[in-house]
Design a protein around this ligand. Structure first.
Ligand SMILES: C[S@@+](CC[C@H](N)C(=O)[O-])C[C@H]1O[C@@H](n2cnc3c(N)ncnc32)[C@H](O)[C@@H]1O
Length: 272
């Protein structure tokens, strides 16, 4: 099903206009032919057809919003989700509370660059390192960093769970942020857009309970953080207890779980 708001967005994008322009034209009683040229109308109809076949809107238009950023996305890269934005709010609160002037931040499992690039943009005094294993996603994050002109951000193509990745930064980082793959292997997403268009590598946590990669990220974050540093990691709504218990077993001190917009357990927040 294509919802009305998506139709407005597809029409606006196919005409290189804003949604507000399209709504204003509709209020003035303008016809489809008056709003869009023949080429734009054809593009809109073909985009509508793709969307009706459940291709994500963000793939069709080629970009997605995340906080203050507009990120290029497409096949091979995870589309950033609104709930992940809460990790940046938590980071900003921590930096303010701790009065950290030039925070050193690592984003493990960077995807399009959503978390790390937002941190780098919203905290200009920060230095951000990010790691992504997929060549396709790495290419998108690199392009996003360049196009946004964000230069306090360094991206590495590698395995974020490998203890040697960024080991030169061990014990020196203020915040590790991560939205790793965490879906349990058998919990195949019902939503067609996620199941068929998000890369498998971005979804599944590589074990029946989906916790294999999140556990490795917790261990890697512990090594990267300085004493008092913060790990913020998104997880499946059923993984709140397991992630807290595992983090404490690794050595983290305070551990709590934050909820998403739907009130479900979604983020591990732990300090070293
Ligand atoms: C759920 S997506 C999140 C992407 C991005 N952080 C966001 O929130 O939009 C997880 C990302 O982790 C990457 N990934 C999976 N395993 C990884 C690993 N071992 N090391 C680094 N990146 C990994 C995937 O390719 C994917 O881009």
């Amino acid at each position: 099903m294509v919802i009305a708001h998506e139709v407005s967005m597809l029409l606006a994008e196919s005409c290189d206009k804003s949604v507000a322009d399209i709504q204003a034209a509709a209020l003035l009683g303008k016809t489809f032919e008056q709003i869009a040229t023949l080429e734009q109308r054809e593009r809109f109809i073909s985009w509508l057809d793709r969307r009706a076949k459940r291709e994500p809107l963000q793939h069709i238009v080629g970009h997605a919003p995340f906080r203050f950023l507009d990120l290029k996305v497409g096949p091979g890269v995870f589309i950033p989700r609104p709930e992940t934005e809460l990790i940046i709010d938590e980071s900003l609160d921590f930096i303010r509370r701790q009065k950290i002037e030039s925070p050193r931040i690592v984003d493990l499992c960077a995807g399009s660059g959503a978390l790390g690039l937002s941190a780098a943009q919203e905290i200009p005094t920060s230095t951000v390192w990010a790691v992504e294993i997929s060549r396709d996603a790495y290419a998108y994050a690199t392009m996003n960093a360049q196009q946004l002109g964000i230069d306090n951000y360094q991206l590495l193509c590698g395995d974020a769970t490998d203890p040697q990745t960024l080991d030169e930064l061990d014990a020196s980082i203020d915040i590790v942020m991560s939205n790793p793959p965490y879906i349990p292997e058998k919990d195949i997403p019902q939503q067609i857009e996620a199941r068929e268009f998000d890369p498998q590598l971005a979804l599944y946590g590589a074990s029946l309970d989906g916790m294999r990669i999140p556990r490795e990220i917790i261990k890697r974050a512990y090594a990267l953080l300085k004493t008092g540093g913060l790990l913020l990691m998104e997880h499946d709504w059923k993984q709140g207890d397991d992630t807290r218990e595992f983090a404490q077993a690794v050595g983290f001190s305070t551990a709590y779980t934050r909820q998403d917009f739907a009130g479900k357990d979604r983020f591990l927040c732990v300090t070293k």
